[in-house]
Design a binder for this molecule. Structure first.
Ligand code: HEC
Ligand code: HEC
Ligand code: HEC
Length: 387
């Protein structure tokens, strides 16, 4: 299978050329405080989240891919092959799939309020998959005198804090059993800033320079999850290719994090247990670290300045370096967008073309041209140096 077909779909569908735009430990349900699930219809009345502007989260959600995540399991060209290879008759009722794609189907009947069941509660990834089961806060959370802190204290999942939010998303978006990937599932790559930006039709964060903050928090959480998973990999026949994909990704994420100031505290080598703890500390700090034009530009220059590490002299033609190139390209794009959105940087089509080209270089993972990739980084550096 070519690299192209296996790239994380989310992160490649937004090339600049097409339009300017903008990952097992599935966690997912946050069954906080013994709350039971009330179902999407309880959120959807017109006076609540099924109303007009500002109250239309349900309508927005229905257009979101999360709402379609159940059906999506059979809608990719590789779906049938994947389930056949794994010996799964139907993904709709198999917990190996539903845990992320339609998590209500994996919970016991007594986790629903009376008269409700998984089918009625809402398919796909629903409101309560992210916000937590709403039984005890459904009524009170609409009261104007209720603060966010009070809602959280009775079981609504706190996601305004970016560390908490990253934890909520990463449960489904980074770690997946290696044998599922080895049999054809698209590998998962967690990148909070891009994911978050795509969901802003439904929520809007306040403040400036959130891009780099989300990017760094997300990368650190991704590394923590990969470290956990690799530290706990048991011999799993048929999974070796999937484990290799995960190791390459771990190498890429730790490499890019080490280029940041916060990442200097990561332990050397591949001690997954130590790295899990260190990346969690980095993620917590990153969720509260403020960014500026200067610090964003400085990081972007540092990342672009890694071009020597991609030269042929370094034998950088392996799938692992293609992974690294891919993650670097995705990171540079987030930083560029932050400089555009928050730093008043004028649109620079040369940078945008070069960023698109970086992604192109990573598409053929068996024949990665590190030298050409490095030259493209140099082009970006020249543009940035112009100021
Ligand atoms: C750890 C969570 C997780 C598990 C377990 C999981 N998936 Fe996925 N799956 C995802 C995510 C996240 C995406 C979206 C990835 C992207 O776009 O980069 C996805 C995408 C897909 C897609 C592509 C959908 C599309 O819109 O193109 C299919 C098909 C799919 N999964 C099927 C399955 C099947 C079948 C299983 C069970 C064998 C399964 N998945 C298990 C998280 C998971
Ligand atoms: C993929 C996870 C996810 C799903 C699914 C989801 N939300 Fe959210 N929602 C969030 C996050 C993250 C925020 C931002 C943090 C916050 O405000 O708590 C948010 C914010 C909100 C807000 C506050 C908006 C604002 O502008 O302050 C409301 C209201 C809301 N969601 C309702 C819903 C409803 C109703 C559904 C189902 C129709 C839903 N959400 C589904 C993750 C999700
Ligand atoms: C219960 C598991 C689960 C959780 C929790 C979850 N997701 Fe997802 N997400 C999925 C699956 C599965 C897909 C793929 C759905 C599909 O292809 O239809 C997906 C798809 C997406 C997409 C692609 C949608 C698009 O329109 O391109 C984005 C972006 C995304 N998720 C962001 C987030 C963010 C941000 C959070 C946390 C606030 C989050 N997700 C939490 C399971 C989850």
């Amino acid at each position: 299978m070519t690299r192209q077909a296996r790239l994380p779909q989310i992160l490649i569908t937004c090339a600049f050329a097409a339009s300017a735009l903008v990952l097992s430990r599935p966690a997912a349900l946050g069954a906080e405080a013994g709350n039971r699930i009330v179902g999407i219809e309880s959120c959807a009345t017109s006076g609540c989240h099924g109303g007009g502007a500002g109250k239309n989260q349900v309508q927005i959600h229905r257009k979101d891919q999360h709402a379609n995540a159940t059906l999506a399991m059979v809608q990719a060209p590789w779906s049938t092959q994947l389930t056949q290879n794994l010996g799964i008759t139907t993904p709709y009722t198999n917990a190996r799939c539903t845990v992320c794609h339609t998590p209500f189907r994996t919970v016991a009947q007594d986790k629903f309020v009376p008269d409700l069941n998984a089918a009625k509660a809402g398919d796909g990834v629903s409101c309560e998959s992210c916000h937590g089961p709403a039984e005890y806060w459904l009524r009170s959370h609409t009261r104007p005198d209720y603060t966010h802190a009070m809602r959280v204290s009775i079981g609504m999942r706190e996601m305004k804090d970016l560390y908490n939010r990253a934890n909520a998303c990463v449960g489904c978006h980074q770690n997946i059993d290696p044998d599922i990937v080895a049999n054809g599932h698209v590998p998962l790559t967690f990148e909070l800033d891009d994911f978050d930006t795509r969901e802003t039709a439904h929520w809007k964060d306040k403040g400036a320079w959130l891009g780099p903050k989300r990017w760094l928090t997300g990368q650190a959480v991704a590394l923590r999850e990969l470290s956990w998973s690799l530290a706990n990999q048991h011999a799993n026949p048929g999974a070796s290719r999937g484990v290799k994909v995960m190791q390459d990704r771990w190498t890429a994420v730790s490499w890019v994090l080490r280029k940041t100031e916060a990442g200097r505290s990561l332990p050397a080598g591949t001690d997954y247990v130590a790295s899990q703890a260190a990346s969690d500390r980095i993620a917590r700090a990153a969720a509260n670290q403020d960014w500026s034009k200067e610090s964003t530009m400085k990081l972007m220059r540092t990342l672009v300045g890694t071009r020597q590490e991609f030269g042929r002299g370094n034998a950088e033609t392996s799938p692992a370096s293609a992974q690294r190139g891919f993650l670097l390209a995705a990171s540079l794009r987030r930083l560029y967008l932050a400089l555009r959105n928050d730093g008043g940087m004028a649109q620079n089509t040369n940078i945008e073309k070069s960023l698109d080209a970086l992604f192109e270089f990573t598409k053929d993972e068996t024949n990665f041209d590190g030298e050409g990739y490095g030259r493209m980084l140099e082009q970006i550096d020249i543009e940035l140096a112009k100021g």
